[in-house]
Write a protein that binds this ligand. Structure first.
Ligand SMILES: [Zn+2]
Length: 698
């Protein structure tokens, strides 16, 4: 079994597209194969670093991009199986190998001889006659090494390594504390009186939470968003809503062993030290270097454009909620624990429709066909089923993607159903990334969803949210499939964090376009098209409560940027900081941050979204403005625009600066107007009316 000569991970993979030999691979094959491939990668990197030749683009940058192919191939398979089809044996390998793989890649970035060569090329880059893509890959690689600490003295590298290790421990503690607080009892309900207003589904979930805790004859509302939010939305008991809400927003802020305040303070202090070691004034400056926004000032400008209109909209919503309360004879000062409750009453009065009425028009097979059809109408690509390919699970479907001239573009795997061996959520990933540094390598892209599979013989019906999710991930999928990069480092979704959601969020817009619904949203039994009235209700409900949602989101993004711009060597007390900052920006008293700092996992359970919570809105500015181009053209499948979109966004990957790429597609920079309009934060009459009418969408 562990004999390397028999290890299928180390043999040539000669199935179509170089698909992994799924049927032969066992968990025990991974550790020895990864070790062998890491050694081979190190030998390749050492050969580059130790070369006696003067550094050139070819012998250093291109050679690095080419190195580690055997390792990449196994790593991608490993990560994909861990996510989509895991097992206790594979999880054990994961616990052992995840830190070793991270250390392997980090050591390469800290290889001093390698960096000397890279740095020389970077210094001389203007005189090397590089093509634009070559210059781009050199710059990206150099920045990557620099931010890992490649430029530092040996002692500073040592300190940076200590900081990184300590941060990993602190971030794990932070996240485990939040998890523990969220799974705590929260609120125990004992009688019908306590349950007043709660729908059957919420009662069932609360009953199950009690059963798990060994409580009979009780219902438990945990502090997990999936249970507390429905409780706050439906419970008629204002006193219980208040108690539950106060416990919920205090997650991570309770005295004792699970107090996240000292942990966050230390994380902030270490991040500040890390940033100053790397030569930046504060962490926010450092984090923004590798983003499309480039500076905290650019983020501040975006958020400022949204903040005041969002507050105004929320104030109007608040008035409507007060009026609703009054109409029910409840003359109260609206508190944060009342918002969701009265908002639900207003929503029901204005747009009532049943999710169950929508689902029959969205059977999974038709929705997938709709996504394929949109890709074909926009980009000319066809999806051809490949039922003969051997994959890792019987539910996964493979499609060869062919271009207009019938040439293959890549392979698309569609893995839609939830199962115990798959992690939650929805995501796109690659088994092989496109590149052509060593001949044309076509991508193998997978989309994972977690739809509940219907019983044998029945179609799986999707909710509106599911439909949006499928189109979102399919947009990421197209980003991987349509890639036209020379270097793997720049291919597909290898783009900056505040740009990566553009291709996915943009593709969502087509899901609910009238012309798409007309063709594809048909009743699974009668084939009748979805009624226009239902589409209209869906579309209107889209803008409901957006003032509230925008305020809770933008407040979180503003506090994130502000706290990571702090330059205090000992960190700051997050509770005091948050309170002062919210006062400064004029937070409405009826709304609380979407994530308060003591449980803000995006910021403190990992570093990827620290000084980066804004990225969702940054991408939303781009996707709303980008789709507006199609609306303005009067044809949501306008061929000229679609061709520009394909070339400059979906095919370009990271080969071009994202601002340049966007401008090449759109003809100008994105403006925030379309995003503000989509969220209902500006008056419709300020926009072109025919465009507004045309853009009626969910
Ligand atoms: Zn996404």
């Amino acid at each position: 079994m562990t004999d390397l000569a028999d290890n299928p991970l180390l043999q040539p993979w000669d199935a179509s597209y170089g698909l992994p030999p799924f049927e032969q691979v066992m968990p025990a094959h991974f550790t020895p194969a990864l070790e062998t491939a890491m050694r081979a990668h190190n030998a390749e990197v050492d050969a580059i670093a130790d070369s006696a030749e003067a550094p050139t683009f070819a012998n250093t940058v291109a050679a690095l991009d080419r190195s580690g192919r055997a390792l990449t191939r196994i790593e991608l398979l490993f990560h994909n199986l861990c996510a989509s089809e895991t097992s206790p044996a594979l999880q054990a390998v994961e616990r052992e190998m995840a830190p070793r793989l991270a250390a392997h890649h980090n050591a390469i970035r800290l290889n001093p001889k390698l960096f000397v060569r890279l740095d020389r090329l970077h210094t001389d880059r203007a005189s090397l006659s590089l093509r634009a893509e070559e210059l781009r890959v050199l710059e990206r690689l150099h920045l990557d090494f620099t931010l890992a600490g490649a430029r530092l003295s040996a002692s500073a590298k040592q300190r940076l390594a200590e900081i990184v290790a300590r941060l990993a421990t602190l971030m794990t503690q932070f996240s485990q504390n939040v998890l523990a607080d969220e799974s705590s009892d929260g609120l125990v309900l004992r009688s019908e009186r306590d349950l007043a207003g709660l729908p059957e589904q919420v009662r069932g979930a609360a009953r199950e939470a009690a059963r798990v805790r060994g409580m009979s004859d009780a219902w438990v509302i945990t502090l997990n968003r999936s249970l507390i939010v429905p409780f706050l939305t439906f419970s008629d008991r204002r006193d219980l809503r208040e108690r539950a809400f106060k416990a919920w927003v205090r997650r991570g802020e309770n005295e004792g062993p699970r107090d996240n305040r000292p942990i966050a303070r230390e994380i902030l202090a270490l991040r500040h030290e890390q940033a100053t070691l790397l030569g930046y004034r504060n962490f926010a400056d450092c984090a923004l270097v590798d983003r499309m926004a480039k500076t905290p000032a650019a983020v501040a400008k975006l958020l400022a454009q949204v903040w005041e209109p969002a507050k105004a909209k929320a104030a109007a919503e608040c008035e409507a909620l007060r009026a609703m309360a009054l109409s029910r004879g409840e003359n109260i000062a609206l508190e944060p624990w009342d918002w969701r409750y009265y908002a639900e009453k207003v929503r029901k009065a204005r747009y009532d429709f049943d999710e169950a009425a929508i689902k029959p028009y969205f059977p999974l097979e038709r929705v997938l066909a709709a996504a394929f059809d949109c890709a074909q109408r926009l980009f000319g690509v066809r999806f051809v089923a490949q039922p003969h390919l051997k994959l890792y699970h019987a539910d996964v479907r493979a499609y060869e993607v062919r271009d207009r001239d019938d040439r293959p573009v890549g392979l698309f795997l569609s893995d839609n159903f939830a199962r115990p061996t798959k992690r939650g959520g929805a995501w796109m990933s690659a088994y092989r990334r496109q590149s052509r540094v060593d001949g044309e390598v076509l991508p193998i892209i997978v989309n994972n969803n977690n739809f509940a599979k219907a019983p044998e013989g029945e179609p799986t019906l999707l909710s509106a949210d599911d439909v949006r999710t499928l189109f979102h991930e399919f947009g990421h999928g197209l980003h991987g499939l349509l890639s036209q990069s020379t270097y793997e480092r720049l291919s597909g979704t290898n783009v900056l964090r505040d740009f990566v959601e553009l291709p996915s969020q943009l593709f969502e817009h087509w899901a609910f376009e009238p012309v798409v619904l007309e063709r594809h949203a048909r009743h699974y039994q009668t084939a009748a098209p979805i009624p226009a009235a239902l589409v209209e209700k869906l579309s209107q409900a889209q803008r409901f409560n957006k003032g509230f949602e925008t305020v809770e989101y933008v407040a979180s993004a503003l506090v994130d940027m502000a706290i990571h711009a702090q330059e205090a060597a000992n960190g700051v007390d997050i509770s005091t900081f948050e309170k002062d900052e919210l006062t400064r920006i004029g937070m409405p008293r009826e709304i609380v941050m979407r994530h308060r700092l003591p449980h803000f996992g995006h910021l403190f359970s990992g570093s990827a979204y620290a000084a980066g919570y804004y990225v969702y809105m940054w991408a939303e500015v781009l996707d709303a403005d980008g789709f507006e181009a199609f609306v303005e053209s009067g044809n949501v499948f306008d061929p000229t625009l679609a061709e520009r979109l394909r070339r400059n966004v979906y095919a370009a990957g990271g080969t071009v600066d994202p601002a340049v790429a966007y401008r090449a597609f759109r003809g100008h920079d994105a403006s925030v107007d379309a995003m503000l309009a989509k969220r209902g934060l500006v008056e419709a009459q300020t926009r072109d009316l025919s465009a507004a009418a045309h853009s009626a969408r969910l």
